[in-house]
Design a protein. Structure first.
Length: 172
């Protein structure tokens, strides 16, 4: 079953079906989500002062409060001056954020993800910094090989065509 985030109208439906005495598995089937989604929704979004009763308005408020608090910005706060110096030093040696993250974990016991390091580099870039230039590919995306980039050499046989002819038994 595909992942689906519950919306306000889904929470309203859950509220009404729970009031009608419908079990969680049936609610999940009606909404087209996993039963665990309904179970987690109910557990996460019951306010303590409601004494275990699910309310869609309270659930919407609690859910939106969690989403607001889950921005990626706080992870950048774990980059202290010491960590910042380490990152910059390793970037100057053209280490990738993945390698930097692993080295900080092994050598300094600092847990910081490669994604946080990339966000730090992108923030620096937006503020006019040049850290992205120290990435292994200077911040440029990796190029993938394609047929269009292959150079056609005059007089050479295209083996893919020859193999297809041989496999199918047809001639060109």
């Amino acid at each position: 079953m595909a992942h689906k985030q519950l919306r306000a109208n889904d929470r309203y439906t859950i509220n009404k079906l729970l009031e009608a005495g419908t079990n969680q598995a049936e609610i999940a089937r009606i909404l087209g989500v996993a039963a665990s989604t309904i179970s987690k929704e109910i557990k996460r979004n019951i306010a303590p002062d409601f004494k275990g009763v699910y309310n869609h308005l309270v659930a919407n408020k609690l859910s939106s409060d969690r989403r607001i608090g889950s921005t990626s910005t706080p992870s950048l706060y774990q980059i202290t001056k010491e960590v910042e110096v380490e990152i910059i030093e390793k970037l100057k040696k053209h280490s990738s954020p993945n390698v930097i993250s692993g080295e900080l974990k092994l050598k300094k016991s600092i847990l910081i993800s490669k994604n946080t390091i990339y966000r730090y580099i992108n923030l620096d870039r937006k503020q006019g910094g040049k850290l992205y230039l120290d990435l292994p590919h200077a911040g440029k995306p990796y190029r993938t090989k394609s047929d269009a980039s292959a150079v056609k050499i005059p007089g050479h046989i295209d083996l893919t065509v020859e193999i297809k002819i041989w496999l199918t038994g047809t001639t060109v």
